[in-house]
Design a protein around this ligand. Structure first.
Ligand code: PLP
Length: 390
């Protein structure tokens, strides 16, 4: 099997599992316990926090461990907006882009439904990019928070985060970015990016599902969503997932260490793959930005097919990929990410995404390209036969 669905999830790396193992077995203590086992767990958690902070260029106290990217996004969007509204009731608007992950979009809609917020949605251009002038145009004195993703999960388009964050911060508006897809591939130094909050998920990086991080800068106030024993400096109650935190910290550190070299290598292979598909499949459309895209994502529309049938055909040939984001898979609604980029609903239904981890090889991608050429041809051929039969 050639697994080209790494944007959906990745297997746990061996080094990550090894780092986690002690905290799942012998050193299983609760970090809040006042005995040796508890202290060992607390030390491990503190070490993981320091490692994450080193990669993010922040202080350990600015790192909150969560149960994944969705929770980190919820905590950022709801937590910061609600805290700001509590301090100043006039702050009752949030800004998001048209291509956010549902974890951000639905958090904003929750604020709209239950807390009287208005949601301002910044459009994207045909490549999925937010234009800084369009972003600036929706920022208002009442904006409590702006949240724009770093890199898109469906088409891989990378946003000009430092520029957007600068515009928001210049107006005193906290800026959050969902870096779930970017982490491991792009620089995540929070100082250089100038963001006030950033979400990361472990399972996209070779750490387990259900591990995540929210960075929140300095004194930015966050209303907790989960109440209880006051763990994570009161931001996220619940006994900490020590092994998950250690795993995430290990995976993030490893990904960061090899980043520049991996990025170039994988991006070059991605481009060869994209060119082979575009040259070999008549009418194939590359979705997303041609250059400002994740090294790890190649996404297309194949008019005259359905993404689902291409997916099944490719799986039959041993290539596993996705027909859109995993969260939207199975739904009949065309991807809002693609339609907001100006792609018609009919064409959006033909979307297929290939996403790689750093272990992908040239041979994998050559085989995948051959399978795509063949698979799309077959799906189109079957469609034509069906039409001819009436
Ligand atoms: N944000 C983006 C951009 C994602 O791609 C995902 C997962 O697909 C998430 C958030 C949610 O992360 P998690 O699966 O850890 O809840």
């Amino acid at each position: 099997m050639i697994f080209l669905d790494a944007a959906a999830t990745t297997p746990v790396r061996r080094e990550v599992l090894d780092a986690m193992w002690p905290y799942l077995t012998g050193e299983f203590g609760n970090p809040s316990s006042h005995h040796t086992l508890g202290e060992a767990a607390a030390d491990a958690l503190a070490g993981a926090r320091r490692s994450v902070a080193a990669v993010l260029g922040c202080r350990p106290g600015e790192v909150t461990f969560t149960a994944g990217g969705t929770e980190a996004d919820n905590l950022a969007v709801k937590g910061i907006a609600l805290a700001r509204q509590a301090a100043d009731p006039q702050l009752d608007r949030v800004v998001i882009s048209a291509v956010e992950h549902p974890a951000v979009e639905e958090s904003a809609r929750y604020l709209e439904r239950f807390h009287g917020f208005a949601v301002d949605v910044v459009p994207v251009d045909g490549t999925g990019r937010v234009r800084p002038d369009a972003f600036r145009a929706v920022l208002r004195p009442e904006t409590a928070l702006a949240s724009i993703m770093y890199a898109n999960n469906e088409v891989g388009t990378v946003q000009p985060i430092a520029e957007l964050a600068g515009l928001a911060r210049g107006l005193g508006i906290p800026f959050h970015t969902d870096a779930v897809q970017a982490a491991g591939w792009l620089p995540v130094d929070t100082g250089a990016l100038g963001v006030d909050a950033m979400s990361i998920s472990g399972h996209k990086l070779g750490a387990p599902k259900g591990s995540g991080v929210l960075f929140v800068r300095g004194r930015t106030r966050v209303e907790p969503l989960i109440h209880g024993g006051g763990q994570e400096r009161g931001r996220r109650s619940g006994t900490e997932n020590v092994a998950g935190a250690v795993g995430l910290a290990t995976a993030l550190t490893l990904a960061q260490a090899g980043q520049l070299e991996e990025r170039r290598r994988v991006a070059a292979m991605r481009d060869t793959f994209i060119n082979a598909v575009l040259a070999g499949v008549p009418g194939a459309i590359l979705t997303g930005h041609p250059v400002e895209r994740l090294p790890s994502v190649a996404s297309f529309c194949f008019p005259g097919t359905s993404g689902e049938s291409v997916l099944l055909e490719l799986e039959r040939q041993g290539v596993v990929c996705s027909s859109g984001s995993a969260c939207a898979a199975g739904s009949d609604v065309p991807s809002p990410v693609l339609t907001s980029m100006g792609i018609s609903p009919e064409v959006a239904h033909t979307a297929v995404r290939f996403s790689f981890d750093a272990l992908v090889t040239q041979a994998d991608l050559e085989a995948a390209a051959a399978a795509v050429l063949d698979g799309v041809g077959r799906v189109r051929g079957l469609g034509a036969q069906r039409l001819a039969r009436g």
